[in-house]
Design a protein around this ligand. Structure first.
Ligand SMILES: Nc1ncnc2c1ncn2[C@@H]1O[C@H](COP(=O)(O)OP(=O)(O)OP(=O)(O)O)[C@@H](O)[C@H]1O
Length: 572
C-alpha cells in the first residue's frame, strides 16, 4: 500500500501536467485496443465450442464456414495487438521524456542543488542511473502492469460467467444428505488460484530487496568502467591496467554475488510458476471429466470449459505471473522516491547580497570569516577580504592549508564557516579540475551560455586574445577536445570563457598553473584590460605573479596556531 502511495506521488506531476490531455487520450486508445483482445478471446472461446462439436459430429457444412470466421477473427486480433503495442511505445517515450526533463531540471537546478548535495554527502547513489534507467523501468513496467491487470479484470469478468454457465452443478455427499454446489468449476478455480498466489508470495518475497541491490550494483559497475575510460591515459602511463582490472573484477563480483541470490530465488519461483502453468492447462479437464464421461457435456463443451478455466485462473493468477515485474517495479519506485526526496530537500545557502560598503566605493565582495571542515576541524581563522571592481587579489599558502575550501566558501557553496560574506554579484568560480562542457570548441568557450548566444566574430576575437589563433578554423568542430587540448590550452580556454561571459566576481583556483610565467601574466593582463569592472581572486603557488596583483594575501597567518604548531613539530 505504501508503494502505491509512493508511486502515485511519482506519477502525479505528469498526469496532472498540461501534457496530460493528449497522453490521456493516447492511454485511452492503448487501453481500448489492448482490452479489446479480451473480446476476441470470448469470440474464440465460442468458436472453439462450435468447431469441436462440428468436428465430433463430422459435419463438413459447419466446419468450412467456421474456418472462414476463424481467419477473420485472427486477422482482426493481430491488427489490434500490433497497434496496441505500437501506441504503448509512443506513450512510454512521451511519459519518459517528461519525467526525465523534470528530474534533470530539479537535479541540475539553478541553485546548484546537485553540488550542494554532494558537498553535504547527501547525494543518492548513481543519480545518472536513476534518471536514465529507473525512469525507463518505472514507465515501461507501470504501463505493462496496468494493461495486464486491467486485461485480467476484464477477462475475469467475461469468462467467469462462461465458466459458471458451462460447469453446471455438482452434488457432494455431506452428513447423510447431499450438498449441491452451483458453478462448481468457478469455486475450484478460485481456491486453486488463491493457493498458488499464497505460495508465490512466500517464495518470491526476497525478490524486492534483491532487485533493489542488483540495480545499485549494476550502476556502480558501470560508473567504475566509465572512470577507467576517462582516465585511460593515466592508467596507461602508470601501467595500472592489472590493478584496475582487479578493481573492476571486484566491482563485478558484487554484481554477480547478488545475481546468484536473485537467480536462486528466481529459480525457486520458476519451479512453482512453470509447474503451476502446466498443471493449469490440464487441471480443468480432470475437474470436468465426471461430467464429460457421464455425457452431460460433449467434447466442444469440455474444450470450452478448459479454455474458460485457464482464462479465469490466468486472470486470478495475475499476481503470480506479474510477481517478478512487481518486485522490480516496487524496487524502482523506492529508488526514485528516495532520489526525489533528496532533490526536494533544502540545502543551506548563507551568502547575502551586499549593496555597498561605506568608505570603500562599490564593493563586489566583503568577507570576514573563519572556515572549518564538515566535522568542525578549523581550517582558516580571521580571513578578511574587501574586493573592489578592477582589482586582482592573490591568495597563497602551503598545500592543504585551505585555499580551495576558502574559494568554495566565497563562491557560496560551502556553509562550513563562521562570520560574514556578502556579494554584490554572483561568483564565477573555476575550480582546479577543469570542466570543458560542450562538444564543439565554440560551445566550450562560451559555456555556460550556448554557442549560439555569441557571434562567430566574438568567439574568434576571444581565441585570438587567449593565444589560440590556430584553432579559429575549428571553432565549430566537435571532437574529443578534453583529450586534444593541452593542460595549458585548456586553461587558456577558461580565460576565453571569462572574456565572453564577463562575470563581475571571478574566483580562480590555480587556473594558471600549467602556463609559464610569461603566459600567466598575459592572461592576467588580459583580464585587467578586457574586464576592468571585475574583481579577480587567484589562488596560486606561482610567486612570480605576486607583483601583478593589487593585494597579496598570505593565508599562512590565518592557519589556526595550535594546528600549525603541531604540524611544525611533526615536520621537525
Ligand atoms: N571533504 C573533505 N573532507 C575531509 N577533508 C577535506 C575535505 N575537503 C578538504 N579537506 C581537507 O581540508 C584541507 C584543505 O584542503 P584544500 O583543498 O582547501 O587545500 P588547499 O590549500 O587548496 O591545497 P592545495 O594547495 O594543495 O590545492 C586539506 O587537508 C584537505 O585534505
Amino acid at each position: 500500500m505504501n508503494q502505491l502511495a509512493l508511486f502515485w506521488r511519482l506519477i502525479k506531476p505528469y498526469w496532472w501536467s498540461r501534457q496530460r490531455l493528449p497522453s490521456l487520450a493516447l492511454l485511452f486508445v492503448v487501453l481500448a485496443t489492448s482490452l479489446s483482445s479480451v473480446w476476441f478471446s470470448v469470440e474464440l472461446n465460442q468458436w472453439n465450442g462450435d468447431f469441436y462439436n462440428a468436428l465430433q459430429k463430422l459435419d463438413g457444412s459447419q466446419i468450412y464456414p467456421l474456418l472462414k470466421s476463424y481467419i477473420i477473427i485472427i486477422g482482426a486480433l493481430i491488427l489490434v495487438l500490433v497497434y496496441s503495442d505500437y501506441l504503448q511505445k509512443k506513450l512510454v517515450i512521451q511519459w519518459r521524456e517528461w519525467m526525465t526533463k523534470d528530474l534533470c531540471r530539479r537535479w541540475l537546478s539553478k541553485d546548484s542543488h546537485h553540488y550542494r548535495l554532494q558537498l553535504n554527502q547527501e547525494e543518492p547513489d548513481n543519480p545518472d542511473q536513476r534518471i536514465a534507467e529507473d525512469v525507463k523501468l518505472l514507465v515501461e513496467t507501470s504501463l505493462t502492469l496496468l494493461l495486464s491487470f486491467l486485461r485480467s479484470v476484464l477477462t475475469l469478468g467475461s469468462f467467469i460467467v462462461i465458466l459458471w454457465n458451462l460447469s453446471g452443478n455438482i452434488t457432494l455427499p455431506l452428513g447423510g444428505g447431499d450438498l449441491e454446489i452451483p458453478g462448481y468449476m468457478v469455486w475450484v478455480c478460485v481456491l486453486y488460484t488463491l493457493l498458488g498466489t499464497g505460495i508465490t508470495h512466500v517464495i518470491g518475497k526476497p525478490l524486492h530487496q534483491l532487485n533493489f541491490q542488483q540495480q545499485k550494483r549494476e550502476a556502480d559497475f558501470r560508473v567504475a568502467l566509465v572512470q577507467r575510460r576517462q582516465h585511460s591515459e593515466a592508467i596507461a602511463g602508470q601501467q595500472g591496467e592489472g590493478r584496475d582490472r582487479d578493481d573492476l573484477n571486484g566491482s563485478f563480483r558484487e554484481v554477480a554475488l547478488n545475481w546468484y541470490s536473485l537467480m536462486i530465488r528466481d529459480r525457486n519461483l520458476s519451479f512453482f510458476t512453470t509447474g503451476y502453468a502446466q498443471i493449469t492447462m490440464m487441471a480443468p479437464i480432470f475437474f470436468a471429466l465426471p461430467q464429460f464421461l457421464s455425457g452431460t457435456i460433449l467434447l466442444g463443451g469440455l474444450m470450452q470449459i478448459r479454455m474458460a478455466f485457464s482464462k479465469v485462473s490466468g486472470a486470478l493468477s495475475w499476481f503470480i505471473y506479474a510477481y517478478r515485474d512487481l518486485a522490480k517495479w516496487s524496487a524502482t519506485i523506492e529508488r526514485l522516491s528516495r532520489f526525489e526526496d533528496t532533490l526536494d530537500q533544502q540545502v543551506s545557502h548563507r551568502i547575502k547580497p551586499v549593496k555597498s560598503a561605506s568608505g570603500a566605493g562599490e564593493l563586489i565582495l566583503r568577507a570576514q570569516l573563519n572556515t572549518h571542515l564538515n566535522h568542525g576541524k578549523p581550517l582558516l581563522n580571521n580571513v578578511s577580504l574587501l574586493l573592489s571592481p578592477g582589482t586582482l587579489t592573490i591568495l597563497h599558502g602551503r598545500s592543504g592549508l585551505g585555499k580551495t575550501s576558502l574559494l568554495r566558501t566565497l563562491s557560496g557553496f560551502d556553509p562550513n564557516f563562521d562570520g560574514k560574506i556578502a556579494h554584490s554579484e554572483k561568483a564565477f568560480w573555476i575550480p582546479q579540475r577543469l570542466y570543458l562542457g560542450g562538444s564543439t570548441l565554440k560551445s566550450i568557450i562560451t559555456y555556460p551560455q550556448c554557442g549560439s548566444s555569441f557571434s562567430q566574430h566574438d568567439c574568434e576575437f576571444a581565441l585570438k586574445r587567449i593565444g589560440l589563433t590556430h584553432l579559429i578554423d575549428e571553432l565549430d568542430e566537435s571532437g574529443s577536445w578534453q583529450q586534444r587540448l593541452s593542460s595549458g590550452e585548456q586553461q587558456r580556454v577558461m580565460f576565453g570563457r571569462l572574456l565572453l561571459n564577463r562575470p563581475k566576481l571571478i574566483l580562480l583556483d590555480e587556473t594558471t598553473s600549467a602556463l609559464d610565467t610569461k603566459a600567466a601574466i598575459e592572461m592576467l593582463t588580459l583580464l585587467r584590460e578586457e574586464l576592468s569592472e571585475s574583481a579577480v581572486v587567484l589562488v596560486t603557488h606561482q610567486t612570480q605573479l605576486h607583483e601583478y596583483a593589487d593585494t597579496v594575501v598570505n593565508l599562512e597567518s590565518n592557519y589556526p596556531n595550535k594546528i600549525r604548531e603541531a604540524r611544525e613539530l611533526q615536520e621537525n
